[in-house]
Design a protein around this ligand. Sequence first.
Ligand code: FAD
Ligand code: DLZ
Ligand code: SF4
Length: 507
Amino acid sequence: MTRLVLVLGDQLTETVAALRTADKARDVVVMAEVAAETEYVPHHPKKIALIFSAMRKFAARLRSNGWDVRYSELDDTNNSGSIVGELLRRAEETGAQEVLATEPGEWRLIEILQAAPLRVSLLEDDRFIASHKAFETWAQGRKALRMEYFYREMRRKTDLLMDGEQPEGGKWNYDHENRKPAPDEVNTAPLRFQPDHVTEEVLALVDARFGDGFGTLRPFHFATEPEQAERALAHFIEHALPKFGDYQDAMLDSERFLYHSLLSAYMNIGLLAPLDVCRAAEAAYRSGAAPLNAVEGFIRQIIGWREYVRGIYFHEGPDYPQRNTLKHERKLPALYWGGDTKMRCLSKAVEQTRDEAYAHHIQRLMVTGNFALLAGVDPAQVHEWYLSVYIDAFEWVEAPNTVGMSQFADGGVIASKPYVSSGNYIAKMSDHCGLCAYDVKAKVGEGACPFNLLYWHFLDRHRARFSGNARMGNMYRTWDRMDAEKRSAILAQAAEFLDQMDDGAVV
Ligand code: FAD
Ligand code: DLZ
Ligand code: SF4
C-alpha cells in the first residue's frame, strides 16, 4: 500500500528519517508551500524565499533520483493552504492511508500532525547528535542543565577536538581568548550566489505575496542548494574561521558579518549536515590553517549550544515559548519593526535585520535582546519578533535562545543570570557609541545612554529575585554605593524614557 512521505521546508535532505524509512518504489513524497506555514508569524520575505527555492530544488532532485513527488506551489489553485489539507488531498489522489513524517521542529506543527485525520507515524529527527533519549538521560537528576557539561559529552561522543580521553590542547573551552573588541577592518565577506531561474520565480511570488511585510527581499544572495552551501562552508573555513574566535563578540557599525559563518540557516533547513561542518573546521585546525581558540569556539556553538538548546526545547515542553517569569508586559517598541530611534546600536541591528534577515549572536543577545529585557518587553512578543525576522529562525532553536537565554523568561533554565548590560559593554565591543546621539559615558541627565538608565531600573525592579544571585552581588553593591539622590534621578529618568517610548516618541 502506498504511503505518503511528508517532507517539510526545513527537512531538505535525503537522509532525513521519513525518506530513509520510505520505499521509493511504492511511496509518494508530499511537499507543500502553504499559507498556514507562511502566516503563523510574519516571516521575513528572504526567509520564505530561501525555504521555497530550496524546497523546489530539493523536489526536483528527489524526482531525478526516482521519487514520485507531489509538490504544491503556494499559488496552485487547488492548494488547500495547510500541511494537513495537502496531505488529505494527496491521500485522496493516491489512495494512501498512512503518512510517514519526520518530527517537526515546533510543538505547534507536531500537535497539528498528531491531530490529523490520518495515520501519521512521526519519526524522530536524527539530524542531531543528541537524541531526545540521550538528552533526557543527561538531564536526569541534574540540579541545573548547564551547556558546558553537556558540551563536554558531545565532544566525547563525536570525538571532535579530542586527544584520546582529553580535550585537544588540555582545555575544553578557550572562550577567554575570544572576546576581543572590534577590529579596525574586516578582510573577508560571506560568499554570495546569484539567483537562478528557480529562485527568480520564487522571488517574484514572494514579492507579490509578502512584499509588504517587514524585510527587504532583494538583493537575495543565499545558497539554495547543498553544493552552494558547501561552497559557502569552504569559503568560511578558508577566509573567516581563523579569526572567528577573536572577533566572535565584536560589532562594527559598517560591517554586518565580521568573521561569522552565516551557515545557521543552511544547517537548520538541511542543506548542510552540522557534523560535516564541524569536521571541516576541525580539519582546518589539524592542518594548521586555523587556531584552536577559533575552531573550538566554532565547534562549541554547533555541538554545544545548537544541540543543547534543541534538547531544552523538547525537554521543557510546549508551554516553554509562553513563559514569563519576570512578568514583563510592555508592548514591543515600534523601533523593532523599523521605527525611528536615536539609539545607534539598535537602529543598526534592526536595519541590518530588515536588509539581510541576519544579525550575529551578540547583536541578537546584547543589543536587541538586552534592550527588550531591560525595558521589560513581553517575552512572547520578543519571541514572535525573533521567530519572524531571522532567516535561520525555527522554534526549536529560536525559542530557547530568546525566551531562555535572552529574556530570562524561563526563570533560569538556560542562563544562571540574566544577560543584561549597560551601554559599557556595547561601547567596549563596538564602534556604535561614537556615532550615537546619546552619550554612553553619561549615567544620568541630558543625553544619558538609555542602556545605562534601564540597566539600573531593571536591577532595582527585580531586586527581590536577583540580589541573592552570587553572580550579581557586585552589581547590587555598586548600585547600593551610589548616593540616594543619584539613584532616584536614574530611576525617574528611566521611567520617563519608557513612558516616552510607549507614547510613540522617537527615543
Ligand atoms: P556563527 O556565529 O558563525 O556560529 C556558528 C554556528 O553555531 C551557527 O551557524 C549556529 O548554527 C550555531 N550557533 C551559534 N550560537 C548558537 C546558539 N546560541 N544556539 C544555537 N546555535 C548556535 N540561531 C538559529 O539558528 N536560529 C534562531 O532562530 C536563533 N535565534 C536566536 C535568538 C536570540 C535572541 C539569540 C541570542 C540567538 C539566536 N540564535 C539563533 C543563535 C545565534 O545567534 C545564531 O545561530 C547565529 O547568529 C547564526 O549566525 P551564523 O551562522 O553566522 O553563526
Ligand atoms: C517556515 C516555513 C515556511 C515559511 N513555509 C513553509 C511551507 O510552506 N511549507 C513547509 O513545509 N514548511 C514551511 N516552513 C517550515 C515549517 O514552518 C517548519 O517545518 C516548522 O516551523 C517546524 O520547524
Ligand atoms: Fe547604544 Fe548607548 Fe552606545 Fe548609543 S550610546 S550606541 S544607545 S550603547
